[in-house]
Design a protein around this ligand. Structure first.
Ligand code: BT5
Length: 316
């Protein structure tokens, strides 16, 4: 969206403004204002014209200004029809000094999962990265990832999906017995900083929204398949609001995560560089690490795992 149109949306969102006033403040002709308003209406903005001027009453477009309009969280939203990876764009913006910026795309051509795996991101999904500069130590950064999965699961539940969390940060829908699941969303956090301070954090969230599950890798599910298509603008707004709430109350993140967890109480296998751990997942720590009671040997011992790939196993 061009700068003039964005400025018009911002002005109209705050109440009625007359055509001449708009033309003056934007230094364009009245005819140009009229054309821009017309184009905005065609793009999904519901702009009413009354006696005191134009007013923006609703927006059902999927764009940066439309997501910002009515958003109850302090983020600027940069929208792209297609981009290689929103995390990569967020990283560039971080280098330029940006903060509280959301990079949002309809499609990613090179979406990434953890460990540089591919993340399938066709049009219709919700692919975004939230760039922030929290005043925390790197040790607390995993809480932001947990906060993102809690916010995503909550928003998906509002959309009618039985969303749960698989450690550490997959949002899944239970399927079958024994902790089986299909993956609805994933989170990938990247950061830069020193040992005592995070410089920036980019939390990438991918939600399979209005997509057919059969267009995605085996084991995936979508909001469309589990419930129905969603208004992505509203979904993103709710997701960002829930994430903003969570990051301002980090102490509440782990208890909220526990409530949504599918992994706790499960027999799991976690693969990590130091070797696999098999046992029962019994809790997560205040920093988000998984506590596993292992069944190797005679006695049960507790192992705490801070990172790795977790598989839910059948009970023995
Ligand atoms: C994740 O990785 O779950 C993190 C995904 C983060 C994606 C977001 S989208 C916005 C931002 N920009 C990016 O480039 N990334 C972030 P991981 O746990 O490693 O899971 C990856 C695995 O999930 C793949 O190896 C596939 O098996 C599977 N997979 C790929 N695409 C999927 C999809 N759309 N839905 C479900 N599973 C998928």
């Amino acid at each position: 969206m061009n700068e003039t149109r964005r400025a018009i949306v911002d002005a109209l969102a705050d109440g009625p403004v007359s055509g001449p006033e708009l033309a003056d403040s934007l230094a364009v002709s009245r005819a140009a204002v009229w054309k821009h308003v017309d184009a905005l209406r065609e793009a999904g903005f519901d702009i009413e014209s009354g006696p005191s001027g134009y007013e923006l009453v609703d927006a059902d477009a999927y764009s940066g200004p439309a997501v910002e309009f009515g958003l109850d969280a302090p983020f600027t939203v940069e929208f792209h029809d297609a981009v290689e990876s929103t995390n990569a764009v967020a990283r560039e913006r971080a280098t330029d000094g940006a903060s509280d910026l959301v990079v949002l795309a309809d499609e990613q051509t090179g979406g990434r999962g953890r460990l540089d795996r591919e993340w399938s991101s066709p049009p219709g999904g919700i692919w975004l990265s939230v760039l922030t500069r929290p005043a925390i130590t790197p040790a607390r950064a995993p809480l932001y990832t947990l906060a993102a999965s809690v916010a995503t699961a909550r928003t998906a539940r509002e959309a009618g999906v039985d969303a749960r969390i698989k450690w550490p940060n997959d949002v899944v829908v239970p399927a079958g017995e024994n902790g089986g699941y299909r993956k609805l969303a994933g989170v990938l956090t990247e950061m830069e900083g020193e040992t005592d301070r995070v410089a920036w954090l980019a939390v990438g969230i991918g939600v399979n929204a209005n997509i057919d599950a059969n267009a995605l890798p085996e084991g995936a599910t979508t909001v469309r398949d589990e419930a129905a298509d969603v208004d992505r603008r509203r979904f993103v707004q709710r997701l960002l609001e829930a994430f903003d709430d969570a990051r301002t109350d980090l102490e509440a993140v782990v208890p909220a995560w526990r409530e949504l967890a599918l992994t706790l109480g499960q027999r799991v296998r976690v693969d990590r560089p130091a070797g696999a751990v098999v046992g029962e997942a019994v809790d997560i720590t205040a920093a988000g690490a998984l506590v596993i009671e292992t069944d190797a040997g005679e006695e049960r011992t507790t192992v705490t795992v801070s990172a790795g790939d977790c598989e839910h196993l059948r009970p023995v």
